[in-house]
Ligand binder design. Structure first.
Ligand code: PQQ
Ligand code: CA
Length: 534
């Protein structure tokens, strides 16, 4: 079992390519010199048009991959399907996904592959046959819950989150026995009256029950601290009129014990979050020098446009710097750990219509960044897009219905203003080593960095691209036929390095602007690349 958990060159059994979620590989068969020869080895049809956002896994020469409709096992060498198992959800459940019908991935452990489903279930499939070994309902999808994230196995416990903050659900994490599917614990991410943190909610109100804070992207795990690190979603409703206060643990990182669900520490990125600043973006674990001392840290580029470094043992804030354009905070005060707000929030609260940056898509959305421990840099694609925001009347909460209370629109884009940037940053200062403007569209593909000096990412317009990680120069690209909005992986099989990525327009951004819908056909393919055999 332990061998399943430590990252190996020929195995990718976790979301993020290892518990630290660095999306870094020390493979270097594919390098700056030979990348021009990188070629498709095969392509596999996902038989799906609703969008591909999943990160594949690899075990013993087999790829395990998910979308909303299927779980599939595919042979690495030939691209032939070994098995696939269909999801049998009620199509009506698609009503309660806020931002596209997809799935972000699975987890492998002890001969099983674990995944969540759109209709709020979690299940275990047999690695060899795809047979469903157990399946549990974690909530009623009719109430606004959905399961899209890859689960996490930590210290023998299977941990899963939920989506649904746009529907005013109350977020939580669940712990399960991976063998039997027995439910072990539930930790709500908004506290009930009397619990720690409840003082940050209006007293005598049940606003916490609709408070959001959904952990909808997989946490990372440090076996030494025995803590998992999960980001939590936005506050519910977006319009905070019914929930004055900081509202723990919305828009936060929580350090959670895998055996019990206990919260060891927390840090809130956006107190009271009125902007849909989900804080679910990946928490990368690394050991880096801070003021000359090696520290165990957690690196997080938030939707709110600040790049944070925290001590992952204690939760102490070490650095917080702007990485994308924003106008809601003057900065983050390192002493108090709190943002120093501009007048923007007061103005919207007073009923004014405002243009706010970075908009609810964030300075960066869930598509993951990568960290290279050798260069100490993070590689990410940032968005550079504002939104017009005006709080409207907050309608009475109705279970399973959208609960937002905000009118938003996208202002016309200045053609000289980039839609976003590809960048390599120092996590402690957010100073770019290099920065490349994205003039056509913001990007929604994850990052993967290798010891061969290559940075891989995909574009909404379908190109799978390799950059020189040193300077961001494009070295190679391949048109996959539909938009890429998923993270790639790399691994070794029988001495050969492969790179695999999913292509298929879908998810939160790629269906807007409408222009992209017209230009980019739907598809669902898994592409695998390698260097030609000599
Ligand atoms: O608060 C939530 O529960 C929640 C869930 C999801 C989701 O399930 O994909 C997204 C969001 N929020 C969200 O705010 C967002 O911008 C977003 C983009 C995407 C995507 O798949 O591209 N999902 C989501
Ligand atoms: Ca959200």
């Amino acid at each position: 079992k332990e061998e399943l958990l430590s990252p190996k060159k020929n195995q990718v059994t976790t979301y993020g390519m290892g518990y630290s979620q660095q999306r870094y590989s020390d493979l270097k068969q594919i390098d700056r010199k030979n990348i021009k020869n990188l070629s498709p080895t095969w392509a596999y049809s996902m038989e799906n048009l609703s969008g591909e956002q999943s990160q594949p896994l690899v075990y013993d020469g087999v790829l395990y991959v998910t979308n909303a409709k299927w779980t599939m096992a595919v042979d690495v060498e030939t691209g032939r399907q070994l098995w696939r198992t269909q999801e049998d959800f009620d199509p009506a459940a698609l009503r309660v996904v806020c931002c596209g019908v997809s799935n972000k991935g699975a987890a492998i452990y002890d001969g099983k592959v674990f995944r969540m489903t759109i209709d709020a279930h979690i299940k275990a499939l047999d690695l060899k046959t795809g047979k469903v070994l157990w399946k549990k309902k974690f909530a009623e999808w009719q109430d606004g819950f959905s399961g899209i994230a890859a689960p996490l196995i930590a210290n023998g416990v299977l941990i899963s989150g939920t989506s649904g903050a746009e529907f005013g659900v109350r977020g939580f994490l669940d712990g399960w026995d991976p063998q039997t599917g027995q439910h072990l614990w539930r930790k709500y991410t908004t506290p009930a009256p009397g619990e720690a943190g409840s003082e940050t909610w209006p007293q005598g109100s049940d606003a916490y029950k609709r408070g959001g804070a959904t952990p909808w992207i997989t946490g990372s795990y440090d076996p030494e601290t025995d803590l998992t690190y999960w980001g939590t979603g936005n506050g519910g409703a977006w319009n905070p009129i019914d929930r004055p206060g900081d509202n723990l643990y919305i828009a936060s990182v929580i350090a959670v014990r895998p055996k019990t669900g206990e919260i060891a520490w927390h840090y809130q990125f956006t107190p009271g979050d009125p902007f849909d600043f989900d804080a679910v973006n990946e928490n990368i674990l690394a050991d880096i020098k801070v003021n000359g001392k090696l520290r165990k840290v957690l690196i997080h580029a938030d939707k709110n446009a600040f790049l944070y470094v925290l001590d992952r043992v204690t939760g102490e804030l070490l650095a917080a710097n702007e990485f994308a354009k924003q106008n809601w905070a003057k900065g983050i005060d390192l002493k108090t750990g709190r943002p120093v707000p501009t007048d923007l929030l007061d103005r919207i609260k007073a009923g004014e219509e405002v243009e706010f940056w970075p908009g609810p898509r964030g300075g960066k959305n869930w598509v993951p960044m990568a960290f290279n421990p050798k260069t100490g840099l993070v590689y990410l694609n940032a968005a550079n897009q504002p939104r017009i925001f005006k709080f409207s009347k907050l309608d009475e909460y109705k279970v399973g219905q959208r609960y937002q209370g905000v009118q938003t629109s996208v202002p016309p884009q200045n053609p000289n203003e980039p839609n976003g940037f590809y960048m390599a940053l120092d996590p402690l200062t957010a100073k770019p080593k290099w920065k490349i403007p994205l003039m056509d569209y913001m990007q929604w593909g994850g990052m993967l960095v290798t010891d061969g000096g290559i940075l891989f990412s995909g574009k909404q317009t379908g190109e799978f691209v390799a950059f020189d990680a040193e300077n961001g120069k494009k070295l190679w690209e391949f048109q996959t036929g539909s938009g890429i909005n998923a993270p790639a992986i790399t691994y070794e099989h029988k001495g050969r390095q492969y790179v695999t990525v999913l292509s298929g327009r879908g998810g939160g951004a790629p269906n807007t602007p409408t222009e992209l819908r017209e230009k980019i056909p739907l598809s669902g393919m898994m592409w695998t690349f390698s260097l030609p055999k000599k």
